[in-house]
Design a protein around this ligand. Structure first.
Ligand code: SF4
Length: 292
């Protein structure tokens, strides 16, 4: 059986940078706190925890004093920076430059919209750290749309006003097809709609490549944390093309029966899956299921 690792899989630049910054600091042997999970990938979190990184929740963060805290690639709302300044916290700010640019765009747009009472709509997952950071740029006054099916409901309830100017943004890892549908639905109904192209190209550019990769292999092993929204989207893409696609968090979840009668296996992953984890899965399959 031939095993191929997708050469374009591995962590995106934003996640890679945050992990590298954490590793660099931890090598000094000092305590490092991370506000929220550094990536939606429990294997990677455990590895960094073993090096001395402690993940803290928002309430725990508020109790810290005189400590060093890493801000992950998803970014944070302005309130986090105010808390850090008040509590003498040193921040290692790893907000991805792509996210930072969107935060600034939303903040500027929000200020401009005030005079016309316009609205900011964000396509994303409610409660997701990146979305919380984006909503915070508008002082909490943004409407989050999770699915195309929410749009009409929100308009009918008067939460999205058809008569006011609307500026639309997306969380960086959302599906570009559904974002297009949402923007069209709003444009068809509302007086003035302006769309910001904020889906990260490092995510969207993986789509056609992954579809091709999944179609080329008999079996696909997709390695990702189960809580990763980007992981779910990319896995579904593989599964639509190749129903013999399986999502695993670690090699121990891989089952022998998946390979019976198959000649090729492709290994790929989410933007939060380091290449190291793909290689571990490849070694595990080769060691456990390939007889010579
Ligand atoms: S997916 Fe894109 S925007 Fe999000 S952290 Fe990675 S590089 Fe940055």
């Amino acid at each position: 059986m031939k095993i191929t690792i997708d050469e374009r899989s591995g962590c995106c630049n934003g996640v890679r940078r945050a992990i590298e910054q954490a590793e660099k600091y931890l090598h000094n042997g000092e305590r490092l706190y991370c506000l929220g999970a550094i990536v939606h990938n429990d294997v990677e979190i455990s590895r960094l925890a073993a090096m001395g990184m402690k993940t803290v929740s928002v309430p725990e963060f508020a109790t810290l004093r005189d400590s060093t805290v890493l801000i992950r690639a998803h970014g944070e709302p302005p309130a986090t920076y105010r808390t850090a300044a008040a509590n003498n916290l040193t921040l290692i700010d790893c907000t991805c430059p792509v996210v930072l640019k969107i935060q600034r765009e939303i903040s500027a747009t929000y200020r401009e919209l005030k005079s016309s009472s316009g609205q900011i709509v964000i396509f994303g997952k409610k409660g997701h750290a990146e979305v919380n950071g984006l909503v915070g740029q508008a002082d909490g006054n943004a409407i989050v749309v999770e699915h195309i099916s929410d749009v009409n409901e929100l308009m009918d309830e008067g939460k999205i006003r058809r008569d006011l100017p609307i500026e639309v943004f997306s969380q960086t890892t959302m599906d570009s097809g559904e974002y297009g549908e949402i923007c069209r639905a709003l444009a068809n109904e509302c007086r003035s709609v302006s769309v910001h192209n904020t889906i990260c190209s490092q995510v969207s550019s993986r789509h056609p490549n992954l579809e091709k990769f999944a179609a080329e292999n008999d079996v696909v092993i997709f390695v990702s944390g189960k809580k990763s929204s980007n992981g779910r989207i990319l896995f579904e893409l593989c599964h639509d093309v190749n129903p013999l696609s399986y999502m695993v968090e670690n090699p121990q979840e891989i089952e022998k029966e998946w390979f019976v009668g198959r000649k090729t296996v492709g290994i790929c992953g989410a933007t939060s899956t380091p290449r190291r984890q793909l290689e571990e899965c490849a070694r595990f399959i080769s060691r456990s299921f390939i007889t010579t």
